[in-house]
Design a protein around this ligand. Structure first.
Ligand code: 1GP
Length: 241
């Protein structure tokens, strides 16, 4: 079993910043895997996340299998649903949507996942997932039927993230939503980071190296980027190793 979480903690404690390239199986052409992954391999990316809000059953399994043929990078599931769980990946963000109050996304789907996770080799990482408003409705909001947290109430965001840590979650993920108009603000990232003792993931709406570095500077340990690579693969050129 790959020690995904242990390695993230080690990297964070040595001051390394991590970049996860998010591949949404629903928006990705499987035939394009070798070309796309060769660009990922040549970049500073440290992880590949696979997942989406709405993905056809079996597609994640097929895609992870294909990605694995072309990279040594750890593949971590970032599932919107239990149907996206495959033992072919290395790790699983076991997400609890703690910004919302929909019991299905707080505990319901997790119970449904248990039978799929029996005997698994996946490194299962309990993750507190916070959706923050960004000016437009996102797929996460629509699918989970939860409201994002108002971005001007940073105290509530910080307390929610900290409550996740105190409940035993191993990562906190601040999410603006895929294709968000605005990424999570530096001010929110730094306030959350200053209260946490666990690694912080930030994603949603990050479309440039400048925005990525701003998130790192503010305190993000892992940045997740999906849409910007989907829309323009030349972005990888500015992120070469
Ligand atoms: C979405 O945080 C991820 O869940 C990445 O968002 O697609 O906007 O990069 P983008």
């Amino acid at each position: 079993m790959k020690q995904i979480y242990k390695n993230i903690v080690q990297s964070v404690s040595s001051g390394e910043k991590l970049l996860a390239v998010l591949i949404d199986p629903d928006k990705f052409q499987i035939e394009h895997t070798p070309a796309f992954i060769s660009k990922v391999n040549a970049s500073i990316a440290t992880h590949i996340f696979v997942g989406g809000s709405e993905v056809e059953e079996q597609l994640t399994d097929i895609l992870v299998n294909e990605i694995k043929k072309h990279t040594q990078l750890p593949i971590v599931l970032f599932p919107g649903d239990v149907t996206q769980i495959t033992n072919k990946a290395d790790g699983l963000l076991f997400l609890s949507l703690i910004s919302g109050r929909n019991p299905e996304y707080l505990i319901g789907k997790h119970i449904k996942a248990v039978s799929k996770l029996k005997g698994t080799q996946l490194d299962i990482i309990p993750t507190g997932y916070l959706l923050i408003e960004n000016g437009k409705e996102t797929a996460v909001q629509r699918v989970t039927q939860t409201q994002p947290m108002p971005k001007n109430n940073s105290e509530h965001i910080v307390n929610t993230a900290k409550a996740g840590e105190l409940l035993g979650m191993k990562l906190i993920y601040l999410e603006a939503g895929s294709g968000a108009c605005e990424p999570i603000s530096e001010s929110i990232i730094s306030k959350v980071k200053s209260e946490l003792n666990i690694p912080l993931i930030v994603g949603g709406g990050i479309r440039s190296k400048t925005q990525m570095n701003a998130a790192y500077q503010a305190g993000a340990d892992v940045v997740v980027i999906g849409t910007a690579f989907e829309e323009d693969e030349s972005f990888f050129d500015s992120l070469k190793k």
